[in-house]
Design a protein around this ligand. Structure first.
Ligand code: UD1
Ligand code: CA
Length: 411
C-alpha cells in the first residue's frame, strides 16, 4: 500500500487577521481551524502529519498536546509556502510515498474531497494532483492557468496576475497531493521571483511541469470549502458556513431547529432525535442533549452540559457543567452550574445555583422528583435529597438543610 503523509502549513504571521495569536488557533464553531484540517487528513488516511508552525508556536503545540500523529516543524522566518514545505526536508527527505500539502487556514476542508484527490492521483499516475475550485468571486486566490487543451500550466498569485488572468474564476484552494521525492526536488528550485519576494509553493508546480512531469488539476473542491481564512471577516464567513453544515447534519439526524439563522450550535455538541431547538439558543462547548428535549428560546448551554431525555429548558436558562436527569424542567430565567440534577425535577422561574463562593466553584446535587420553587437561591456546596420541596424565594445552604434534618430527627 502507498505510504502517505501530510504537511500542513500553519506558520504564517497573518497580518490581515490582526492578531497576537497564531491564526490557526482562531476558532470556527468551537474548534481551532487547525483541528478541522488535521481531522480531514486523518479521515482521508495519512500516517503522519507534519505541521509547520512559527508564529505563536508554543500555544499551538499546547492546544494540540496529545496528538501523537503530529510532528511539529518549526519555520523561524516566514519566507513563503514553498519555504515552509522545505522546512520538513529533514524529516521527509528519504520518504518514498505521497505527500498531501494543505493549509492550516482552510477549516472548511472535507475528507471526502481529499479522498477524491487521492483516487484521482492514483488513477492519473501523476507527479502532482491538485484539486481546484470555481468561484463566482475569485478575489485573493491563486488563479489556475490552463492551456487550450485544458492542461494546467501553472498557478499565478493574484498580486502577480495580469488583468486578463485576474478574470479567471478557477482558483487554487491549496489542496495538493505530491510524489514526495518530486516535491522536495521542486521546492528547492523555487525562486522568490514575485511581487512579495516569497518562495511560493505554487511555483513548485511550474518547476515540476517544466521538468516534464505530469501535473493534473481536477475541479473537485466545492466553493463553500475552498475558503482560506485570512481575516476576521472571512473567519465570520467560515463560521457561518460551518454552522450551516452542523445544523444540516443535526436536522438529518432528526433534530428540529426552528430558526437556523438565529441558533448557534458548537460542532462538539450532540443532540438526540426529536429534540426541538427553539430560536436564539446558543450551545457552546461539549454539550450532550438527549431525545425529545425542548431547548430555548434564548437558552445558553455551556461546556459540560448533559441533558437526559425529555428535558425542557426555556427562556434565559443557562446551564454549565451540569447533568440534568430525564424530564427536568427549568422553563424560565435559571442558572444551573456545576450541578447534578435527578429525574423529574421542576426548577421554578428565576432559581439559581450559587456555585461560586468568591474563591472556588462548588457543586450542587438535587435528587429525583424535587420541586424547587421560583426564585430559590441554592448555595453550593449543597445536597438536596430526593423528593425535597424548596419553597419560593428561599435561600438554601447546606447548613439550613442539616439543621432542618436534625430538627426532624429530634421530633
Ligand atoms: C495561498 C496560495 C494561493 C491559494 C490560497 C488558498 C501560495 C503562494 N498561495 O495564498 O495560491 O489560493 O493559499 O487559501 O501558496 N504559511 C507558512 N509559512 C509561510 C507562509 C505561509 O506556514 O512562510 C502558511 C500560512 O500560515 C497559511 C498557509 O501557509 O496557513 C497559506 O499562506 P497564506 O499567506 O495564507 O497564503 P495565501 O495568500 O492565502
Ligand atoms: Ca490563506
Amino acid at each position: 500500500m502507498t505510504k502517505r503523509v501530510a504537511i500542513v502549513l500553519a506558520a504564517g504571521v497573518s497580518r490581515r487577521m490582526n492578531t497576537q495569536m497564531a491564526k490557526v488557533l482562531h476558532e470556527v464553531c468551537g474548534r481551532p481551524m487547525l483541528a478541522y484540517v488535521l481531522d480531514a487528513c486523518r479521515e482521508a488516511g495519512v500516517d503522519k502529519i507534519y505541521v509547520v508552525v512559527g508564529y505563536g508556536i508554543e500555544r499551538v503545540q499546547e492546544g494540540f498536546a496529545g496528538a501523537e500523529d503530529v510532528v511539529w516543524v518549526q519555520q523561524d522566518e516566514q519566507r513563503g509556502t514553498a519555504h515552509a514545505v522545505l522546512c520538513c526536508k529533514e524529516h521527509l527527505k528519504d520518504f518514498e510515498g505521497e505527500t498531501l500539502v494543505l493549509c492550516g487556514d482552510g477549516p472548511l476542508i472535507r475528507a471526502k474531497t481529499l479522498k477524491t484527490l487521492i483516487e484521482k492521483h492514483k488513477a492519473g499516475q501523476s507527479a502532482v494532483t491538485l484539486a481546484t475550485a470555481i468561484l463566482d468571486d475569485p478575489t485573493g486566490y491563486g488563479r489556475i492557468i490552463r492551456d487550450a487543451y485544458g492542461n494546467i500550466q501553472g498557478i499565478v498569485e493574484e498580486t502577480d496576475c495580469t488583468s486578463e488572468q485576474r478574470g479567471i474564476c478557477e482558483v487554487n484552494p491549496s489542496y495538493y497531493l505530491f510524489n514526495n521525492r518530486i516535491l522536495f526536488e521542486a521546492v528547492e528550485k523555487v525562486k522568490p521571483d514575485n511581487v512579495k519576494k516569497e518562495y511560493y509553493l505554487t511555483d513548485a508546480l511550474s518547476v515540476i511541469i517544466a521538468t516534464g512531469h505530469k501535473v493534473v488539476a481536477i475541479t473537485a473542491v466545492r466553493p463553500e470549502e475552498a475558503m482560506g481564512v485570512n481575516s476576521r471577516v472571512e473567519l465570520a464567513e467560515a463560521n457561518k458556513i460551518m454552522q450551516r453544515r452542523i445544523q444540516r447534519e443535526l436536522m438529518s439526524n432528526g433534530v428540529t431547529i426552528v430558526d437556523p439563522e438565529n441558533t448557534w450550535i458548537d460542532i462538539r455538541a450532540e443532540i438526540g432525535q426529536d429534540t426541538v431547538i427553539e430560536p436564539f439558543t446558543y450551545i457552546h462547548g461539549v454539550v450532550k442533549i438527549g431525545r425529545g428535549c425542548r431547548v430555548g428560546p434564548f437558552a445558553y448551554l455551556r461546556d459540560g452540559t448533559v441533558l437526559e431525555d425529555d428535558v425542557v429548558l426555556g427562556v434565559f436558562t443557562e446551564v454549565k457543567n451540569s447533568t440534568l436527569g430525564k424530564s427536568v424542567r427549568a422553563r424560565h430565567h435559571s442558572y444551573i452550574g456545576d450541578a447534578a440534577v435527578g429525574q423529574n425535577v421542576n426548577i421554578g422561574a428565576g432559581s439559581i445555583t450559587a456555585n461560586f463562593d468568591g474563591e472556588k466553584v462548588n457543586r450542587t446535587t438535587i435528587g429525583d422528583n424535587c420541586y424547587i420553587g421560583s426564585g430559590a437561591v441554592l448555595i453550593a456546596p449543597l445536597e438536596i435529597q430526593d423528593g425535597s420541596h424548596i419553597g419560593a424565594g428561599k435561600v438554601v445552604s447546606q447548613e439550613d438543610i442539616n439543621r432542618f434534618r436534625k430538627g426532624r430527627r429530634a421530633q
